[in-house]
Design a protein. Structure first.
Length: 317
């Protein structure tokens, strides 16, 4: 894998079955790059780790978001009923309904909710899609400014230009290239080191939209993820922290003191990203003991644990 390191191994009955390669950038509270594995200067597509900064841009543009509504704007929710009600409330206050959302229809990620919907004869919907909170917030920002609603996902739209500026300011670099995320929103690339800087800026912001977003995420972690979601449990275990994962093996996490990490697993699997981030934070000096249960992932055989997904020592090629 060349420039990448082995970040985690899948161990089944003592046998290493699979390995996850990738990169990790870690910053000390003072902002120094003090932990680097793999290629931290490589540009990645940060996927849903950008949602806190998209939410901050919506807030800066005048979207009336606070509390649970701001948290869900920064989150990838699991489509539970309380998530949908919050999305609908954001839209209703902007004079809009679910049809205005341009994210694709989806089943909820929460399996009990999906099962209940199927029993009730309900179908997938845009409101259940894990990005609907972000899309509702973007529409609310457009409505507040009189900006076009139909083109809110165009990279040249005033809102998306604001998102790009917010991300660039937080990361300390020019976001590039421009791609399309899975939900249809513009996606701006950052280096992994830049993504770590953005995470650090989120937890250390003293005021303004970034501080408001961080506070909402920390106060309402169940709206950032959902029941049993790793991001939600991370923030509950480490009060004052933020954690936000994205598709294709990307995750950012930062402590209240300013330790910050950005993870990219090259095969795109997210199953070890939380454990990898916790290892990096511990190496930076953060107290991660309260989140120890998230530091390994069980490997099952016949429905019972027969091994684990474990992080690997630094320098493993």
């Amino acid at each position: 894998m060349g420039m990448y390191e082995v970040l985690a191994e899948v161990v089944r009955n003592g046998f290493v079955e699979s390995r996850h390669y990738g990169s990790v950038a870690g910053l000390a509270p003072g902002g120094t790059l003090s932990y680097a594995r793999g290629h931290v200067g490589e540009t990645v597509l940060p996927r849903s780790t950008t949602k806190p900064f998209q939410a901050a841009a919506c807030l800066a543009a005048g979207a009336p978001l606070a509390g649970e509504r701001l948290a869900i704007a920064a989150g990838s929710h699991t489509g539970e009923d309380f998530h949908v009600k919050t999305v609908e409330a954001i839209l209703a206050d902007a004079g809009l309904r679910g049809g205005a959302l341009q994210c694709p229809p989806s089943w909820p990620e929460d399996e009990p909710t999906k099962a209940a919907m199927i029993r009730a004869g309900q179908d997938e919907s845009r409101e259940r899609m894990n990005c609907s909170g972000k899309h509702a917030a973007m529409l609310a920002a457009c409505a507040a400014n009189g900006w076009p609603l139909e083109t809110y996902l165009d990279p040249g739209h005033p809102l998306q230009q604001g998102v790009r500026t917010t991300m660039g300011d937080a990361a300390g670099e020019n976001p590039s290239p421009v791609a399309v995320d899975g939900c249809g929103a513009p996606l701006f690339g950052l280096t992994l080191a830049g993504l770590a800087r953005a995470a650090r800026s989120l937890v250390l912001a003293e005021d303004g939209p970034l501080r408001a977003v961080a506070d909402a995420m920390r106060a309402h972690p169940e709206y950032v993820g959902g029941t049993g979601h790793a991001n939600t449990e991370f923030m509950r275990a480490l009060p004052g922290s933020v954690a936000k994962g994205g598709a294709e093996g990307v995750l950012i996490a930062a402590t209240r003191e300013g330790h910050a990490v950005a993870v990219k697993v090259i095969d795109g699997s997210p199953r070890a990203t939380t454990a990898i981030a916790l290892r990096a934070l511990a190496a930076l000096g953060a107290d991660t003991v309260p989140a120890a249960a998230l530091g390994t992932v069980p490997v099952l055989g016949g429905g019972r644990p027969v091994g684990e997904i474990r992080t690997t020592p630094e320098g493993r090629q």
